[in-house]
Write a protein that binds this ligand. Structure first.
Ligand code: HEC
Ligand code: HEC
Ligand code: HEC
Ligand code: HEC
Length: 195
């Protein structure tokens, strides 16, 4: 029973940061419009952060040691105790564990590619599921202030977005200082772009 409650808390935390939509599109869908230097190259900056390799971390020696200590029966890279914070939107219509048979079937090529784009801590882990805001028209409307981000599920993240994952449920947690940590992942518009 306690385990069930704990699992629900994990999901509740994730819902908070994912907004109310489960319509994830994957980091590659954001990449096409967010990779030019002139507009801040958010994709390029993100891809150099540790968030961009968070899934591979679950196959590291360290992850296997943690799994052993905790008595996990499955691999950490296949465990619901690890994946929700190391991928995008798991359990909410985002990342899924796919069977080898599913992946091998050519008919599932598109779904497999999308799932790949939901690996790691991606754009939508912080900004919310993108289906309802990713069109150029809507994005431009948010930028010029004529559309409210909330109305289309775009989250402008704050400290609470981070602490949905950066908390004591992480086996590696040693505390979280927003200013220091935000500086390491910041991807602002270039100076002057807001004016
Ligand atoms: C079709 C192109 C396109 C796609 C796809 C796209 N964006 Fe955007 N986005 C824009 C444009 C245009 C702006 C306005 C600023 C600019 O010109 O770069 C913007 C602005 C934003 C902003 C800032 C809003 C503000 O207040 O200024 C965020 C955050 C954002 N996008 C996140 C995302 C995420 C996350 C994804 C993927 C789920 C995504 N975008 C996909 C074109 C796009
Ligand atoms: C969906 C879960 C999730 C969210 C939300 C999240 N993170 Fe992370 N973060 C991680 C994971 C997992 C790692 C470890 C990645 C690795 O090393 O493989 C990490 C690592 C980091 C690191 C690198 C570790 C270090 O000490 O240098 C920084 C910096 C960071 N996060 C900052 C942030 C900030 C700031 C926010 C909020 C704006 C945030 N994170 C939101 C899951 C998340
Ligand atoms: C509640 C979210 C959460 C869960 C659940 C979670 N992690 Fe993480 N993990 C993080 C965050 C956030 C970090 C970055 C360090 C920190 O905690 O501040 C991280 C970092 C790590 C790191 C260190 C990466 C590095 O660059 O040094 C390893 C290894 C790791 N996690 C393995 C696991 C394993 C194995 C599990 C499952 C037993 C797991 N994590 C479950 C959020 C989580
Ligand atoms: C770890 C959480 C996190 C991830 C992952 C993340 N962002 Fe952000 N993003 C933020 C935060 C925090 C802000 C600043 C919000 C604010 O200023 O109110 C931000 C701001 C932005 C802005 C507006 C910049 C500005 O100067 O106002 C854009 C555009 C953007 N993000 C796009 C993206 C794209 C595209 C991705 C994926 C390639 C991405 N973000 C991944 C947390 C994140």
């Amino acid at each position: 029973m306690i385990r069930v409650v704990a699992a629900c808390l994990v999901l509740a935390g994730t819902v908070l940061l994912a907004g109310d939509s489960a319509q994830y599109v994957g980091t590659n869908s954001c990449k096409m419009c967010h990779k030019t230097e002139a507009k801040g190259n958010q994709f390029g900056i993100w891809s150099e952060t540790k968030h961009a390799t968070a899934l591979a971390t679950l196959s590291s020696h360290e992850a296997l040691e943690i799994a052993k200590e905790r008595g996990l029966e499955e691999l950490p890279s296949e465990s619901a105790e690890c994946l929700p914070c190391h991928t995008v939107g798991m359990g909410l219509g985002g990342y899924q564990l796919l069977s080898a048979a599913f992946v091998a079937d050519a008919a599932n090529k598109k779904a497999v590619r999308k799932n790949k784009s939901l690996e790691n801590v991606g754009c939508e882990s912080c900004h919310g599921a993108g289906k309802n805001y990713k069109s150029r028209k809507i994005m431009t409307g948010i930028f010029d202030g004529s559309i409210s981000p909330d109305s289309v599920g775009l989250v402008m993240p704050n400290e609470e977005t981070c602490t949905a994952c950066h908390n004591e449920r992480s086996p590696k947690f040693t505390g979280f200082d927003f200013e220091t940590m935000y500086a390491k992942i910041a991807h602002p518009y270039p100076a002057g772009m807001r004016e």
